[in-house]
Ligand binder design. Structure first.
Ligand code: APR
Length: 212
């Protein structure tokens, strides 16, 4: 069960040349923020951060993809707890216990269905999922949080664009007043399309810092 200490952060990925700096990053380098960010390939159900973020639907009653994997690993108690929440609107998120999962909380974010919304509306909704999930982690004393790649599977959000929304929203949150409430944000990448998208987008938002 990979826990935050075992999951490398950006400084070591830059040191191992697994990330390539870009000439014009969108944010200034920040050693402290870079030390909070990890990329992890694998299934989110085995990640033991304080919270994991599910890619759910508005019913919160489970589904396929990562939603199915999380509910299957958590056991039936998760669906019972979710049923009591009476759903969640697209672009937002709600939090539950983790039941049989190794984490402590599950944040259920409802991403946009890219096939159904216009581009601008879909981007704003995806941004809302990441922002609300980070807020919920901070509000619930979850100092480490792992995200699945919300909306990039069944909901069809293009991987490269979704990665930029996820990373940009996270960089803004960590640079804001509540950023100090989080020690680690892990992006869990399950398919190679997402691994490549994050590898290309990370240096734009989290450029290497000299002291690394
Ligand atoms: N661990 C981590 N990531 C996973 C896992 C897993 N075990 N299984 C799938 N993924 C990844 C996918 O590769 C994709 O990158 O999660 C990302 C989100 O894909 P989906 O699970 O298909 O979710 P999404 O695209 O947001 O569609 C949500 O699908 O499962 C239903 O109930 C869900 O209706 C909702 C819709």
């Amino acid at each position: 069960m990979p826990s935050p200490p075992q999951i490398p952060t950006l400084p070591s990925l830059y040191a191992a040349a697994r990330l390539t700096p870009v000439p014009r990053p969108l944010f200034p380098p920040s050693p402290s923020i870079n030390a909070k960010i990890s990329l992890h390939q694998g299934s989110i159900v085995s990640v033991s951060t304080a919270a994991i973020v599910n890619a759910a639907n508005t019913s919160l009653l489970g589904g396929g993809g990562v939603d199915g994997a999380i509910h299957s690993a958590a056991g039936p108690g998760l669906q019972r707890e979710c049923a009591a929440l009476h759903g969640c609107p697209t672009g937002s998120a709600k939090i539950t216990g983790a039941h049989n999962l190794p984490c402590q909380k599950v944040i259920h974010a409802v991403g946009p269905n890219y096939h159904r919304l216009g581009h601008a509306e879909a981007e704003e909704a995806l941004r809302g999922c990441y922002r609300r999930s980070l807020e919920l982690a901070a509000e619930n004393a979850c100092r480490s949080v792992a995200f699945s790649a919300i909306s990039t599977g069944i909901y069809g959000y293009p991987a490269a664009e979704a990665a930029k929304v996820a990373l940009g929203t996270t960089r803004e949150f960590l640079g804001g007043p509540d950023g100090a409430k989080l020690d680690r944000v892990v992006f869990v990448l399950f398919e190679s399309k997402d691994v490549e998208a994050y590898r290309d987008a990370v240096p734009l938002f989290f450029p290497p810092a000299e002291t690394q």
